[in-house]
Design a protein around this ligand. Sequence first.
Ligand SMILES: Nc1ncnc2c1ncn2[C@@H]1O[C@H](COP(=O)(O)OP(=O)(O)OP(=O)(O)O)[C@@H](O)[C@H]1O
Length: 491
Amino acid sequence: MNTPLECRCYHNCPNGKVNSTCPALGKCYIHLESISNKEHELRAGCLPPHKSGPIQSTLDGNIPLNASFIDQCHENVDHNDIPNQNLKLLCCDPLKDGTLCNDKLNMTPEAYVKPPMAAEFSMAIVIVISIGATCGILLFGTLFHRFYESRKFKAKAQTGQSGDFNSTESTRLMDTTTGSGRGTSNLARRTIAKDLSVSTQDAIGQGRFGTVFSGSFRFDKVAIKYFFPQCEDSFQNETAIFHKPTINLRDEHIVGFVASDIFHSPQGEIKRIIVMDHIAGGSLRDYLTINAPKIGEEHCLKMCESLVKGVSFLHMEINGQKGKESIAHRDLSNTSVMIKPNGLCCIGDFGRAFARPIREAAEEASKPVFSREPTLLYAPPEHFLTRDPLRGQTFEEMTAADVWSMGLLLWEMTNAVGNLGGYFPAYFLETGIPQNRNFQFMHSLHTQKIIPAEPHFNLLYKMTTQCLTFRWQDRITSYKALKSLQELSSS
Ligand SMILES: Nc1ncnc2c1ncn2[C@@H]1O[C@H](COP(=O)(O)OP(=O)(O)OP(=O)(O)O)[C@@H](O)[C@H]1O
C-alpha cells in the first residue's frame, strides 16, 4: 500500500502545530517572508491542486491564497518575474520529487537580498525626500518670518512709530536690496536698513529729481536723497557711477557716497535712495544766499579753487590700481555744488554723469542721449543752439559743457565777494529773472551771445571768460583752468 504523499508544514500546519506535515494534494512550498531588512520568517506547507485561471483558495484552511501565489509555483511560471520581492516562494512536486520534498528546498535570506541597484535607488529616494522635506520646512519658516515681520512693521506704521518721508517721525527702513559704496563706505547688504535712521521732519533740500533729508548712519550724519518714482534713470545712473570698480570717487572735492538702496515703504511704494555724507553748508546757492556779503577775496579764491579742483579731478583719467575713469558731470549747477564746513566746495548729484571707460579714445566714446535735461541756466550755448536731441555728444563736448557751467559758478562766487546786494545767480543782472528760465528764454539769451558782466572782484574774470566761449572747442580744459587759477592765487 502506497504511503500518502506529504509536505513539510511549518507555521502553516492544518493541525495548528508549528512544525508538522500536511497531505500533499498539489505542490509543497517553502515561503520566506521578509519582515524587515534583517528579519525573515520561514513558512512551509501544502498548496491546493493547481487549476488554470484565477483561483481564490485557502491554504490549509488558514492562509488565504490567490492565483498569483499558486502560479508562482506553477512550472510554466518564471520565478524571476515574481513582482513582490518581499514574498519568496519555492515549490516542489511531491509526485516527482518525493514526499516531504520541500524539506530539501533551500531558501536563505541571502539568496534573496535585493539587488544592490535597488538598495541604492531606495537610498537615493530617502535622501531626496529628506532634502525636499528640509527645504520645504526652511521655505515655510522664511515665508512665515517675512509675513510676521511685515505684519509687525505695518502695525508699527499704524501706531505712528514709522512712516514714509511725509511722517514727522524717524524712519527705519525696510530693505529689499542694498548696494554698497567703496572704501570706508563699503557696506554689506542689509546693513543699511539696520543702521540708518531718517529724520523726516524737515527736508534739507528739494531738487527736480528727489527730496533730500538728513539722517544718521552708524552715528555719522548723512544726507538721504529720496528719488521721485519717475526718476529711476537718475538713481540708476548715480548708483552705477559710484559702484563701478573702475571709478574711485573718494576725494575731498566730491560728496562722499555712502550707499544706495531700494526698499518698500510701509505703504508698499518702491523707494529709491542714495545715502551720502551730509554737507553742513548745503548747496552753493544756499550758502551764497546767506553768506554773500561776508565772503572775502581770499576765501572766494579758495572756494573757486576747490570747485575747479573737483571738476578737474572728475575729468581726469587716472591709471593704476586705484585709478578712475574720466567723468563728465553734465549737470553742474548752484545746487549740485555743496559747501563743506571749511567753506570749500564739493560736487554732488551724479544723476546725469557719464564715465568714459579707461583708455577709450575720445572719438570711440559712447555718445549717450539722456532723457534728463541739465539745469537750463547752467547748460552751455550749444545745448540750445546746435542741439540735436537724437545725436549724442562726444566726451570732449561733455567735459567742455562742464567747463561752461563751472565758468558761470566761478562768476557767481566772485560776484558775491563783499556784495551787499547779496547773491545773484548767473545772468540775473542781465535778465532780472532769478529762476524758471525755460528753453526758449535760454535760447534767445545765447543767440545774443551774452556772458555775465565783469564783477567787482575781477581777478578771475579773464579765466572765467575762457570758460565761457560760445564755441565749445575754444574753451579751456578744467585742468588748464586749475593751473591758471593756482598761478593767479599764488601771485
Ligand atoms: N549731501 C548733501 N548734504 C547736504 N545737503 C544736500 C546734500 N545733497 C543735496 N542736498 C540739498 O538738497 C538739494 C537738492 O539736492 P540735489 O541737487 O541732489 O537734487 P536734484 O533733484 O538731483 O537736483 P537738481 O534739481 O538741483 O538738479 C541741494 O540743493 C542741497 O540743498
